[in-house]
Design a protein around this ligand. Structure first.
Ligand SMILES: Cc1cc2nc3c(=O)[nH]c(=O)nc-3n(C[C@H](O)[C@H](O)[C@H](O)COP(=O)(O)O)c2cc1C
Length: 214
């Protein structure tokens, strides 16, 4: 048996700060991220994230090829233009003004896939809810997000992209499903309030409207 560390009051307060200050970042400095730090973040993510049946289905792809990065950016621009067509009037004007990805400036692009045919974990826990394999990958992204923020590194999750196109651009196996595309880098500015609230896209939902009892 090993002894867990003591998470004292000071640590708990700092931990809450981490949750509060983890932001989705779209405005990045172009400064590089130290390779060793990135490796450390990916290691902690891949070793310590929870997954259904311990299947570890996450596959993190670092995109260094400028041609592929540019193709993903163009795909985002096309999908974002299409998404704009779902809005009208003031909402459309506001949508058009939003910055919804930091693909140009972020020094690191990570595409995160779920290997939906992984044999790790032997299918344990997936019989009733096969989608838990993909939830596991989303969990791992949150691990990465928090760990990165703890080191002052910002993460922006981009979902306004066409998964089959990105899978093709990155030339990954067909049984890998895209879960998220992450822009990673140092934030241009820090903020404790989500950007969509700050620009007036929405207001903050009241905490007690999300909790139910039966
Ligand atoms: C699954 C997922 C997909 C997201 N996709 C995008 C996206 O395509 N573009 C974007 O600007 N933000 C995206 N976000 C970030 C959310 O907009 C952001 O988390 C939310 O507005 C709350 O802000 P916060 O993360 O700063 O707390 C995504 C977040 C999640 C969890």
């Amino acid at each position: 048996m090993s002894t867990p560390p003591i998470f004292d009051a000071d640590f708990l307060e700092r931990l809450e700060d981490l949750f509060i200050w983890r932001r989705d970042v779209r405005h990045f400095k172009t400064d590089a991220i130290d390779e060793e730090l990135l490796e450390k973040l990916l290691k902690v993510t891949c070793l310590h994230s929870p997954s259904v049946g311990n299947s570890q289905p996450w596959r993190y792809v670092k995109i260094t090829d400028p041609v592929r990065r540019d193709k993903v950016k163009k795909d985002f621009e096309a999908q974002n233009q299409q998404a704009l067509e779902n809005y009208h009037g003031d909402k459309a004007r506001l949508y058009a003004s939003l910055k919804l990805a930091g693909l140009t400036d972020a020094p690191v692009h990570l595409a995160v896939f779920a290997d939906i045919e992984t044999e790790r974990g032997a299918g344990l826990g997936q019989a009733t809810m096969p989608e838990t394999l993909k939830y596991s990958v989303a969990n791992s992204i949150y691990t990465f997000w928090l760990a990165a923020r703890a080191y002052g590194v910002g993460v922006g999750w981009v979902s306004i992209i066409d998964p089959p196109s990105v899978t093709k651009i990155l030339d990954v196996p067909e049984n890998w499903e895209l879960i998220g595309y992450l822009c990673v880098g140092y934030p241009k500015e820090e903020n404790e309030t989500p950007e969509l609230l700050r620009v007036g896209w929405q207001d903050q939902g009241a905490f007690d409207t999300f909790i139910f009892e039966r």
